[in-house]
Design a protein around this ligand. Structure first.
Ligand code: MN3
Length: 227
């Protein structure tokens, strides 16, 4: 199974001025592509060759884990962004308010987690099996799906995500991350979290009558393809 670089769901210049075309060109075309290519090289003729990304993440370590997890994390990151303004759904907003007080206090706490992550990593909003929403920062390639948590939102805080546009000023990048958040995508995952929980153990749900299955299968297909 060869893993394929996911196509961006928007044009390279669509996120400007918040994230420039040059950043997207490097971040997607060089960094993300680099992880996918490296992964394909590393898994060739190994036990990981026929596994889905999620399976590799759960079963590998070292360079194979790093490149598989970075492939997953970037696929997820691009889908969390949108050039058009979106709003959280009522149901999701209510859950955010219950967990964090308000959308604003959630954003402040998430921003602090993103800025506070020492070195390279990711800031996430995740939901656990008890339906508890929380913010988590992970270092390097680490990802909540290692621990069977369902990610809802992510911000890439590796310097390559913001250095071209904001140099070392991660806080400025965070200010410019919020207007791009695809709340519709985040809300859609939240409202269908039962299926997503399953997806961390069953990568393909294959139910043609279920729209969320279709969506998950699309996500999987965009990351991988059978040869
Ligand atoms: Mn990155």
């Amino acid at each position: 199974m060869e893993h394929i670089l996911m196509e961006l769901p928007y044009k390279l210049d669509a996120l400007a001025p918040h994230i420039s075309e040059e950043t997207l060109r490097y971040h997607h075309g060089k960094h993300h592509a680099g992880y996918v290519n490296k992964l394909n090289t590393l898994i060739k003729d190994t036990e990981y060759e026929e596994m889905s990304l999620e399976q590799i993440i759960h079963q590998s370590d070292g360079a194979i884990f790093n490149n598989a997890a970075q492939t997953f994390n970037h696929d997820f990151y691009w889908k969390c962004l949108s050039p058009t303004k979106t709003e959280p759904s009522e149901l999701f907003l209510k859950a955010l308010e219950e967990a964090f007080g308000s959308l604003k206090t959630f954003q402040e706490a998430f921003t602090q987690a993103a800025i506070g992550q020492f070195g390279s990593g990711w800031a996430w909003l995740v939901i656990d099996e008890h339906e508890k929403l929380f913010i988590q920062a992970t270092s390097n390639a680490h990802t909540p799906i290692e621990h069977h948590l369902t990610p809802l939102l992510v911000c890439d805080v590796w310097e390559h995500a913001y250095y071209i546009d904001y140099r070392n000023e991660r806080a400025k990048y965070l200010d410019n991350f919020w207007p791009l958040v695809n709340w519709e995508h985040v809300s859609k995952i939240f409202e269908n979290k039962e299926y997503l929980k399953l997806s961390t153990t069953v990568p393909f749900c294959n139910d043609p009558d279920n729209p969320i299955c279709e969506y998950l299968d699309d996500m999987s297909r965009q990351g991988t393809t059978s040869t």
